[in-house]
Design a binder for this molecule. Structure first.
Ligand SMILES: [Zn+2]
Length: 469
């Protein structure tokens, strides 16, 4: 169903009808201002042309100046008792891991209950998928994301080859299945193509890792460039993703950094999710993973926002300083599930690092829960409240920014995650009469959404002006 078809009030328009959306409350503009009666005007291409509040004179439908040409009439779509927010941006996902939801919570005889035993279960699931299987689980996962208000996902994709590591006839076969799933669901996709070379320092890949491994950096970059040539930069964009410093040796990190810099591509990497990764990095390189990534040119202060450290939990002050102009993607439901530790977002935010959010293992798909846990994990650790309030004191506002603009910056799509002129109309509504929000005063609604609710009240999802839910 398109937005035009969903309109509740219709006026005869010109050839290219504008749609004007209004709602009870909303967050508008690049500064993400909370307003009553937001007005968002969208053109026929699904791009926002004006935003404001119902009372603003410039948002009446009269021509702005007497000599201005008359505007075509608009379809007015009143979204009713709703809060209108930018679409959520999920900066880190492994869609296929949705397969093992619920399957790793009972201990078998003699199993250790650590991250690495969870990884063994995940590898088993990865090994069993053929191309149609990758498509089916990715489509299911992306459809669930769309229902949860996610309008753009960064898929950190490392399942590339056949089960024994032999490339498919088309080396991009499985990447194309991910692209197909996103297209069929109607979700924007930033495909973060992963480079993976080894099990660890001096260790060839384990048999169950062969599907992830390319023959060389050149073979990997050939696939990246093939996919980039087919990406439109709108529904699909491509980024580079060395899996981790455990899986990628330093010379390869340098080559990838050079390739990303020359083509202005974003780069994502798992960083310091587990202490063991730091210990192995110290033994091999004599430094931390973040310091190695900076040494190799992946963390590049001359390209602010181009690098995203996923997790960045077990870091020291020097690491944090190196990440000042980068992004850190926290994935709190997964980090809790796997016993990784806590991303100290307050420390990052106070030095200007952008925080993004990811659903990572997709055992939970709900970016509002990710946002809430970002704050709550710090409360539990510090035994204090309002950890992410920032100078303006508004926790909910900062959490919304992480779930929208933070992810957009991390994925190299700064126009997303905001309802602002020039941005596509990627938007969601939450029904204020949903039982989770019923009775909440308007001035408290944003905090109720970001700090107490789940995605359950989300009842409409628009991507590029088209209604997808
Ligand atoms: Zn991950």
């Amino acid at each position: 169903m398109t937005s035009a078809a969903a309109a509740t009030e219709t006026a005869a328009g010109g050839d290219a009808p504008r749609v004007i959306y209004t709602a009870a409350y909303g967050v508008i503009g690049p500064e993400q201002r909370w307003v009553e009666r937001p007005v968002v005007e969208v053109d026929a291409r699904g791009v926002i042309t004006r935003v404001g509040c119902a009372g603003d004179p410039e948002h009446s439908d009269a021509p702005a100046r007497p000599d201005a040409p008359p505007r075509s009439e608009a379809i007015v779509h009143d979204l009713g008792d709703s809060v209108l927010l930018p679409g959520l941006v999920n900066a880190h996902s492994h869609a296929f891991q949705r397969t093992i939801r619920g399957a790793t919570h009972a201990r078998g005889a003699g199993d250790p209950s650590d991250f690495w035993s969870w990884r063994a279960a995940m590898y088993e699931a990865a090994g069993a998928l053929d191309p149609e299987g990758v498509y089916a689980i990715t489509r299911r996962c992306f459809a669930e994301m769309l229902d949860a208000g996610i309008t753009c996902v960064g898929e950190f994709h490392y399942l590339h080859h056949g089960p024994d590591g032999t490339p498919y006839d088309d080396p991009a076969e499985l990447s194309r299945q991910v692209i197909r799933a996103a297209r069929d669901v109607g979700l924007r996709l930033a495909l973060l193509e992963v480079y993976y070379a080894r099990a660890g320092a001096g260790s060839p890949p384990l048999p169950e890792q062969r599907r992830f491994v390319d023959a060389s950096v050149e073979a990997y970059l050939r696939r990246v460039e093939t996919l980039r040539a087919e990406a439109d930069g709108d529904a699909l964009s491509i980024g580079l993703a060395p899996h981790s410093v455990r899986a990628v040796p330093e010379p390869a990190l340098r080559e990838l950094a050079e390739h990303a810099r020359a083509r202005a591509l974003v780069m994502h990497c798992h960083v310091s999710e587990q202490p063991r990764e730091n210990e192995e990095c110290a033994a091999e390189h004599g430094c931390t993973p973040t310091q190695l990534l900076a040494r190799a040119g992946c963390v590049d202060p001359e390209r602010p926002g181009a690098f995203t450290a996923v997790h960045a939990i077990h870091v020291d002050d020097r690491d944090r300083a190196l990440l000042a102009s980068s992004n850190v993607c926290a994935c709190p439901t997964t980090e809790a599930d796997l016993g990784d530790g806590i991303v100290l977002a307050s420390r990052y935010m106070s030095q200007g690092t952008t925080i993004a959010l990811g659903s990572d293992s997709n055992s939970v798909i709900d970016l509002l829960q990710e946002a809430r846990l970002l704050e709550m994990h710090e409360r539990l650790q510090a035994r204090a409240r309002l950890r992410l309030a920032g100078p303006d004191g508004q926790v909910g506002r900062h959490l919304l920014a992480a779930a929208t603009r933070g992810g957009a910056r991390a994925l190299g799509r700064p126009e997303l995650g905001q309802l602002a002129p020039g941005s596509p109309f990627d938007a969601i509504t939450l029904h204020t009469r949903h039982r989770a929000l019923l009775g909440v005063e308007g001035r408290h609604l944003l905090d109720a959404i970001m700090l107490t609710a789940t995605s359950a009240p989300i009842d409409r999802v628009f991507v590029g002006g088209a209604r997808r839910r």
